[in-house]
Design a protein around this ligand. Structure first.
Ligand SMILES: [Zn+2]
Ligand SMILES: [Zn+2]
Length: 311
């Protein structure tokens, strides 16, 4: 069974928690946290939480436990798979917990540079096959079977402010999420959210709507971060305020911004994020990847439906 991350280990764990009274992570003094290592009782932030057989441990204690012959504290039974330290969501702990976020940012920046070097590339990458959007192009692209555009549009930006804003958000939200989820789960969350944003845009946006950008995936990271913050009993207000500001911008400029991509990504991020951090340990991977598969099935269904309408 999954154990709550905050057992009754210290006086600050009782009663309603206030952000100011929280201790800071012993490895990251700038991060407040309500969680302590179940072995040494030092405070640990989500990035430092290792999913041990009993609660969560700091990386030092987890390493100590895993390297012992037999791999466990005497008297505590360990399942063989639990003897390897894992992240909160069951992912593998890596030396560079933000490597994939860096690679994703690198791909986005490379595509941004490429479409400015060869502007005709935009026509090939955006959701609907014309940039700038033109009425006579309205059914080009996905409707003609170019499904790859559901993916490529997520990595394509045309305006500097657009790529800068999305990449800053990706770094702030994606870095911590990658550390907590592990690389494979994080990549699944990112791609499924981006695809859900593309699919909802394809379904609802009035044609012609070329639509491009990582915003759907970034809103997915928003949704998953909100779920994670709630799961860790941390202060929800900063993430909710940031999300509210982004939604106000989304709907305040909804003529220029594909709100469908933001909402599609956000909903997918909340659903997948919930599965990632709440799945019971016994069938964890099945529930986590099964939820991603359900989101992908919805993407396929929505795309087929809209293509049938357009052609
Ligand atoms: Zn410890
Ligand atoms: Zn930490």
């Amino acid at each position: 069974m999954d154990q709550a991350p905050d057992g009754p280990q210290g006086p600050e764990d009782q009663g309603p928690r206030h952000a100011r009274s929280l201790p800071v992570c012993h490895r990251h003094p700038d991060r407040e946290t309500g969680i302590r290592c179940t072995r040494c009782e030092r405070p640990i932030c989500p990035e430092c939480m290792v999913d041990a057989s009993v609660g969560f441990q700091c990386p030092e204690c987890a390493r100590g436990g895993a390297s012992r012959p037999g791999g466990g504290i005497s008297g505590v039974k360990r399942a063989p798979e639990a003897s390897r330290p894992r992240t909160l969501a069951g992912g593998t702990i890596t030396a560079d917990p933000r490597l994939l976020t860096k690679i994703l940012i690198g791909i986005n920046v490379a595509v941004f540079v490429a479409v400015h070097a060869w502007p005709s590339l935009l026509d090939r990458l955006v959701l609907v096959g014309a940039w700038p959007p033109a009425p006579f192009h309205s059914t080009e692209g996905v409707a003609e079977g170019e499904w790859y555009r559901l993916v490529t549009s997520v990595f394509t930006h045309e305006a500097v402010w657009h790529v800068a804003f999305n990449m800053l958000s990706l770094w702030w939200l994606g870095g911590p999420l990658e550390a907590v989820l592990g690389r494979v789960r994080y990549l699944a969350l990112y791609l499924c959210s981006g695809l859900a944003g593309s699919a909802l845009t394809y379904l609802l946006a009035p044609s012609p709507s070329a639509s491009l950008g990582a915003s759907g995936a970034v809103f997915g990271l928003f949704g998953a971060t909100a779920v994670l913050v709630r799961r860790l009993n941390q202060d929800m207000r900063p993430i909710l305020a940031l999300l509210a500001i982004n939604l106000i911008i989304t709907f305040g400029w909804k003529d220029e911004i594909a709100w469908q991509a933001h909402i599609g990504g956000l909903v997918a991020g909340i659903v997948i994020g919930y599965a990632m951090v709440h799945a019971p340990r016994r069938r964890r991977a099945l529930i986590q990847y099964g939820t991603c598969a359900l989101v992908l099935a919805a993407v396929v269904a929505v795309t087929l439906l809209r293509t049938a309408q357009l052609t």
